[in-house]
Design a protein around this ligand. Structure first.
Ligand code: ADP
Length: 667
């Protein structure tokens, strides 16, 4: 029996494996790189071992370091997760040599499915349908041309060792074949060190349908039905679902049995996925087999009620599969979306940064969240920028899709750019709702899914201003409580002025529209805010970062976050981020004419950024003043010389106090 399991992975999949192991009473061992010392998977495991610096090749791909951690911890099995070493036959062999169970298939099965050409030849022999084409050893151009003519254009040239779509070329006519082969060969050589190519029929508007299979060492093999992963961008899966829309009972059985045949042909054991490409006419063809647990396995768990990691551990222990084929059923429908730190507007450029705010929908029988990240964690350059997988289930596809829309709307992330809004647009799209999915879906609906950036709407501005003002009032009230004179007008942020309409002008920087000045007039129970589209009466409360507000006639609820000079409002499932154009930094402008920089309000000096005599450029930070619990940077109003800093860190200053004797360069 496996008593202690080491997880040779990180992020959500490490956490997910730990969850099942814990339920089964198996002790868990995490491994981590320097970048992950405080990661969630490390905190969740019973023990954790450092295996090296941040880059994966120095840590999560280091066989010796992982086996050393297994030895030190006394782990008797290793779960490789997906990615990293999960499909590495040498690693599986090294585990066996070290006397540790590798939770995965035999090395021979990993190797047999490792190359596309050899796998296709093997599948053909086993009677599994493969895409019509040529995948022989002889790589002469004449042979390719003849094969292409036989199968008919368009054709697809692929690298046998390929992955991630590299070395793939769509060829429309015989004229273009020669050049396509030459360039695919070069790319395959440089990417994989192997320029073996294959050629196959290019299917237009196909679907990616894969079958989850499981086999044990007692000659049992079953399929746990299909997943449709057709919604892709650049050959990467974005939304997965189970079962596949429009799947018939007969076709499911045919595909399931073909997949089991494929697994049996290579002496498979454990969890595997046979990927098929399906034509609109219902024909399906073997593409490749992934010899590990897939990212999207939860949708299968949701519709079958089985825990696939538990199955993996049972099989690794030498046990028999928990269910026979006729005991497996599909119940309802499930979707999974992959939440990524990436920018859809900038061609899905991966993003890095800290997740200052992270809120997922509540988990239950309809919603599952698989993540390895907590609020305050960072998405670094070193690993895949996936933040979480949101998985939803309901009794039918439409009910599940509505759950997905709701779950995405309830997800709040601030601190870095994500694909959340893009996923929400996908989930809400009528063609997606109608189940009209194929691998061209995203390209076809791009304009609707990735709208151009627009300025923050008036409601977003109003909520940002309200949040800012409420926070200021709360801070002022708190400061008043602490101060010796709690009745001092300085501790009121109610806009009290002597002879004036009490108001506050906030200058905000919109990422699209640029600077916008918004005036908030104080009213007894709220504000009248002048916005680009007109004035709006606004009132509300701010508690624990949540605004509850009346906006004119309507009501709104929003998350509000302030980080330095950045305000983020998350409302109606949309993020609005605005820069705060620091009013105090610029308040120096007029004072500078007299060569004086004065405190615009009473406060405390919390940092000095220059020394006496420093020569500075316009805009250079000189010192930081804390007032009303907020930090304000006092910047150089012009190029010039800091003749003298009048205060030191910790000093209290009154409004109007001269902070710096400043000599502008040109006077
Ligand atoms: P890789 O290993 O590089 O990811 P795959 O062979 O797994 O390549 O194919 C990735 C994706 O490319 C598939 O999910 C599908 O969208 C598309 N694709 C592959 N083969 C074909 C084909 N014959 N016709 C049309 N599209 C294909």
């Amino acid at each position: 029996m496996i008593a202690k399991l080491l997880i040779a992975n990180r992020g959500e999949i490490a956490c997910r494996v730990i969850r099942t192991a814990r339920r089964l009473g198996i002790r868990t061992v995490a491994v981590y790189s320097d970048a992950d010392a405080r990661a969630r998977h490390v905190a969740m495991a019973d023990e954790a071992f450092r295996i090296g610096p941040a880059p994966a090749r120095d840590s999560y791909l280091k066989v010796d370091a992982i086996l050393e951690a297994a030895k030190k911890s006394g782990a008797d099995a290793i779960h490789p997760g997906y990615g990293f070493l999960s499909e590495n036959a040498e690693f599986a062999e090294a585990c066996a040599r070290a006397g540790v169970i590798f939770v995965g298939p035999p090395p021979s099965a990993i190797r047999a499915m490792g190359g596309k050409s050899a796998a296709k030849a093997l599948m053909e022999k086993a009677g599994v349908p493969v895409v019509p084409g040529y995948h022989g050893k002889d790589q002469g151009i004449a042979l390719f041309a003849e094969a292409a003519r036989k199968i008919g254009y368009p054709v697809l040239v692929k690298a046998s060792a390929g992955g991630g779509g590299k070395g793939m070329r769509i060829v429309e006519t015989e004229m273009a074949l020669h050049d396509a082969i030459e360039s695919a060969r070069r790319e395959a050589k440089s990417s994989f060190g192997d320029d073996t190519l294959l050629i196959e029929k290019y299917l237009t508007q196909p679907r990616h349908i894969e079958i989850q299979v499981f086999a044990d060492s007692h000659d049992n093999a079953v399929y746990l039905f299909e997943r449709d992963c057709s919604v892709q961008r650049r050959h990467q899966k974005v939304i997965e679902e189970a079962p596949a829309p429009g799947m018939t009972v007969a076709r499911r059985k045919a595909m399931g049995e073909a997949a089991v045949k494929a697994a049996r042909a290579v002496g498979y054991r454990g969890a595997g996925t046979v990927e098929f490409i399906a034509a609109p006419d219902g024909a399906f063809y073997f593409m490749e087999m992934n010899t590990r647990l897939q990212v999207e396995h939860p949708v299968t768990e949701m519709i079958t009620g089985q825990d696939l990691v538990e199955w993996q551990l049972i099989v690794a222990n030498g046990g028999a599969l928990p269910k026979k084929q006729n005991e497996l059923r599909i119940d309802g429908h499930a979707f999974e979306v992959r939440l990524y730190a990436e920018d859809p507007i900038r061609d899905f450029l991966p993003a890095t940064g800290t997740l200052h705010h992270l809120l997922f929908p509540e988990e239950g029988s309809h919603v599952r969240v698989d993540t390895g990240i907590r609020a305050g964690d960072a998405v670094s350059i070193h690993y895949d920028p996936m933040i979480a997988k949101l998985i939803v289930w309901d009794s039918d596809r439409e009910a599940a899709r509505r759950r997905l829309v709701a779950a995405l709307a309830e997800t709040e992330i601030a601190g870095l750019v994500t694909n959340r809004a893009f996923l929400a647009a996908l989930a809400a799209h009528p063609a997606f709702a109608a189940g009209e999915v194929d691998t061209g879906f995203i390209a076809r609906h791009r304009a609707a899914l990735i709208p151009a950036a627009v300025r923050v709407p008036d409601e977003g501005l109003a909520l940002a201003v309200l949040g800012f003002m409420l926070q200021r009032q709360a801070e002022a009230a708190a400061a008043g409580q602490r101060a010796s004179d709690p009745y001092s007008p300085w501790h009121q942020a109610s806009g009290w002025r002597l002879n004036d309409d009490a108001h506050h002008v906030l200058r905000l920087r919109d990422p699209v529209a640029g600077e916008i000045a918004v005036t908030a007039h104080f009213r007894p129970d709220g504000f009248l805010i002048d916005l680009p589209g007109g004035s709006l009466t606004v009132r509300g409360t701010l508690r624990h970062g949540v605004i509850e507000a009346d906006l004119g006639e309507g009501k709104a609820r929003a998350a509000f976050l302030r980080r330095g000079d950045e305000l983020t409002v998350i409302a109606d499932g949309r993020n609005h981020t605005l820069g705060l154009v620091n009013p105090l930094a610029e308040a120096g402008d007029s004072a500078a004419d007299a060569g004086r920089l004065t405190a615009p309000m009473p406060g405390k000096i919390v940092a000095l950024r220059v020394i006496n005599g420093a020569s500075v450029k316009r805009g250079a930070p000189l010192l930081v003043l804390e007032a009303m619990k907020m930090e304000h940077t006092i910047a150089a109003p012009a190029d010039g010389i800091v003749e003298r800093l009048r205060y030191k860190v910790g000093d209290q200053v009154d409004e109007g106090a001269e902070l710096v004797v400043f000599k502008p360069a040109k006077i």
